[in-house]
Design a protein around this ligand. Sequence first.
Ligand code: FAD
Ligand code: NAP
Length: 449
Amino acid sequence: MSGSVGAGRRAAIVGSGPAGFYAADFLLKAGLAVDLYERLPAPYGLVRYGVAPDHQTIKRVTAAFDRTARQVGFRFRGHVEVGRDVALEELRRAYHLVVLAYGASSDRQLGVPGEALTGSHAATAFVAWYNGHPDHEHDQYDLASERAVVVGLGNVALDVARVLVRPLVELAVTDIADAALDALRASKIRDVVLLGRRGPAEAAFDQGELADIAALPGVEVLVEGDVEFALPEGADAAVRKNVEYLATLPREPSGNAERSVRLRFLASPVELLGDAERVRAIVFEDNELVESGGRVTARGTGRKHELSTGLVIRSIGYQGLPLPGTPFDPKRAVVPNEQGRVLALDGSRATGLYVTGWIKRGPTGLIGTNKACAKQTTDLALADLDALPVPTLDPEGIDRLLAERGVAVVSYDAWLALDAAEKAAGAAKGKVRDKLASVSAMLAAAGVE
Ligand code: FAD
Ligand code: NAP
């Protein structure tokens, strides 16, 4: 798209994760001015607060986002929560177009008895805690039990398992939160059991992620239970890699490993049992696979097993939430849209309103997936430009509103000050970065209190 198409026009983007940054880049390149609103004082969404601390090479994608932020016409508006500090309607009045890129911050529930017991947690919270998300500054995890059970077999479940078994010296040099490092230092967990409700061919993780765990010193990865490694007809390359790799893994413990990660397929939790409010065991049921409507699903056999544990982490997917003033599809937990153009509740197009990333497609896909997603959305937004009404407010009007409401806005330069402070504090401790744990400490380091 040529650099002049959007000249004189301006866009607001809500959310500064990968989807928001990729959308910003496409719009800036088309000549629009872009204000990127983010509820936290720091940018990058799940790249900062989701991607595991021992995946520093992946986090380096932020260098590309930094290049976007340095383009003329870009402003970062950190520490501004749309829907709380400023209404979406206010933004729509001040910009030609608004792109929603606010991700999927909640979690799915298992819906089994005992899920709310102490010691039973959502992976969304656990991951945010070890990554130093300020919403989770005061969370606490008791890692005193020998066994942890992780429900789900996606890449997030593997992140959680890996962080629980990885040698501490390797984690200590990352940007992991100090509170998590302290808890892991005292951890008694030696055995992590992953429960997958379907079979090896339906596992959602990537083979390389499991191989990384098996390669950790002192860690053994096993496959348990009565399971077949048959390749379904027409299996794609990822499924083939998973199944072939899983078939090579040991079925019995060697007795030599310091820590084990055990995969249990065809197993669904049916209840968490507790002693005085604290989880002490999980009951799971064996499943069989059935085909229904072209999809392989799990059906309980009635055969149940009890496994003692003091920590259950439910890693069965993230979930989008509605933003005040936005149409929302509660069934799919996304903003209803047609390739990124937001649809109002009556199915008509919401003029000048667009969506991208997890809140558009649902909570799956790698960082790069959001680039193609943002391209699709912004191409349509740019095609609509001439038909969009001229805004009646201007962005300075929004700045004034925020100032009147006492919101301390973090600019990109202020973020860079915060970033430098975290890196310097990290260097002093031999870590990549020492994340500031609270919003107030972040604002102080950014110099915007
Ligand atoms: P997010 O990254 O969630 O960004 C949304 C942003 O919106 C956040 O910054 C949030 O604070 C902000 N926001 C929310 N509400 C508001 C509001 N009301 N006002 C203003 N701002 C708001 N992919 C990989 O390729 N490699 C990996 O190693 C990898 N690891 C992952 C680990 C975990 C635990 C998870 C959950 C995902 C991982 N992914 C990984 C996937 C990748 O992180 C996602 O594809 C990507 O982050 C989704 O981008 P997004 O911009 O839609 O959402
Ligand atoms: P995911 O890939 O969708 O996996 C969710 C898992 O939960 C699946 O195994 C699913 O099983 C299971 N599940 C769902 N509902 C369940 C229920 N009621 N009971 C039992 N199990 C249930 O989601 P994710 O792990 O949260 O990852 C999100 C995205 O981020 C993915 O695209 C992932 O690849 C990406 N990510 C990538 C990396 C990386 O590259 N290193 C790291 C982390 C995340 P079914 O298949 O049976 O539904």
